[in-house]
Write a protein that binds this ligand. Structure first.
Ligand code: ATP
Ligand code: FE
Length: 368
């Protein structure tokens, strides 16, 4: 069986053809990162325009590289939720045309489910496992109990960690920094933090008095911004021109994000252990999303998993961020189980907001 996966939920146009074992036969990815870095964030109609310009070529390339004809496909899987409405619409519109044209079944995909399951392409991880997804648009902790069976233990109440790092990087004008001109905000902060002293600036770890597994990053961003403003005022310099303590601010920001993620994850592990939600033999924490490639954050989580007896698994960095491969893989997982496979002519709508799984956040809080 052969699957075509299509991803356009945010700022990457991705497509891939996989066989049933998860072997990648062909893939193509067009990233809009550079354009959005220049405009200082994603402008939805610009993203839509770029998806429209690239979708046909990207899908064609993935098919051509795989040597698979559309007629040989078993189904097409496409992200339909959650994400930017205008971006989701392009992938979904193209996919619906494609499946009707070639009379193929259609498998609508939840983007976060795809992120959570990607690891199973690379490691034999059985359900259930705990997953922490941290990216530019999301942060969540969930127990994956099956391909489409998740218990949501925590999510962000405001912004995502990647978004926070991107905004801090923008406030510091890191794009003008010689080493950082092509890096995402999170990558720039990780790089600069290496030469910083986190003890020189101190930020409050968010939600210290709230004993659940939810996240909040907006308050931290405000605190970091206030510190930057204060330093700029002290030095009598223009906004975004601070140089003196940028490394220290980067290190302290990264540390506080890591500490917050680690504390919530620790609580989630204890909740799972107390309620028998994880297997006794080789319980696993899966870490994924763009922010998961941060080695400082990985180390913080390793300390948590080592002290609680879990193993930490991460898909290869390339597959932690958005791509067509993870969507095709999710399609294969659903095809194997016979879940959510639609005939070609059924109308499907995209959903910009779509929580993953059964909401257990209140139960976690009550148990703490
Ligand atoms: P989503 O997947 O939620 O729709 P997205 O597509 O923006 O959001 P990803 O592509 O998974 O997210 O990841 C991009 C985010 O990851 C950006 O916010 C970026 O700053 C962050 N990021 C990338 N590398 C690192 C790093 N080394 N350290 C911290 N953050 C990073
Ligand atoms: Fe994503």
């Amino acid at each position: 069986r052969l699957l075509l996966g299509i991803e356009t939920s945010c700022d990457d146009t991705g497509a891939a053809v996989l066989d049933e074992t998860g072997a990648i036969l062909g893939e193509s990815l067009h990233s809009q990162k550079e354009v959005h870095l220049r405009t200082g964030g994603i402008i939805p109609n610009v993203a839509q325009h770029l998806h429209r310009e690239n979708i046909e070529r990207v899908v064609h390339e993935a098919l051509e590289r795989s040597g698979v004809e559309p007629s040989q496909l078993s189904a097409v899987a496409t992200t339909v939720k959650p994400g930017l409405a205008l971006s989701l619409g392009v992938g979904l519109g193209f996919s619906q045309w494609f499946v009707r044209q070639h009379k193929k079944p259609f498998i609508p995909i939840h983007h976060m489910e795809a992120h959570a399951l990607t690891v199973r392409m690379f490691h034999p991880v059985a359900f259930p496992f705990l997953v922490l997804l941290i990216s530019g648009g999301h942060s969540l902790l969930a127990v994956a109990r099956g391909v489409d069976d998740f218990l949501l233990l925590g999510h962000s109440l405001d912004e995502a960690p990647g978004e926070t790092l991107d905004k801090v990087a923008r406030r510091l004008s890191l794009i003008k920094h010689p080493q950082c001109s092509t890096l995402s905000g999170g990558q720039a902060i990780e790089l600069l933090a290496k030469d910083g002293d986190r003890m020189k600036v101190s930020f409050t770890t968010p939600m210290g008095q709230i004993y659940d597994c939810c996240f909040s990053f907006a308050g931290l961003r405000n605190e970091v911004t206030r510190t930057i403003m204060k330093k700029e005022a002290e030095e009598g310099i223009e906004q975004g021109t601070l140089l003196s303590c940028v490394n220290d601010i980067a290190a302290a920001t990264q540390h506080t994000v890591a500490a917050h993620l680690a504390k919530r994850t620790h609580r989630a592990i204890l909740f799972c252990q107390a309620n028998g939600l994880l297997p006794l033999s080789s319980p696993t924490l899966v870490l994924s999303g763009g922010v998961a490639s941060n080695t400082y954050i990985q180390k913080a989580l390793t300390i948590i998993t080592e002290t609680t007896g879990l193993r930490l698994l991460c898909p290869p960095a390339k597959f932690c961020t958005d791509n067509g491969v993870m969507i095709a893989w999710n399609g294969i997982e659903r095809l194997r189980e016979g879940i959510g496979i639609l005939p070609p002519n059924v109308g499907v709508f995209y959903e910009p907001k779509a929580p993953l799984g059964l909401d257990m956040t209140a139960a976690v809080k009550a148990a703490a």
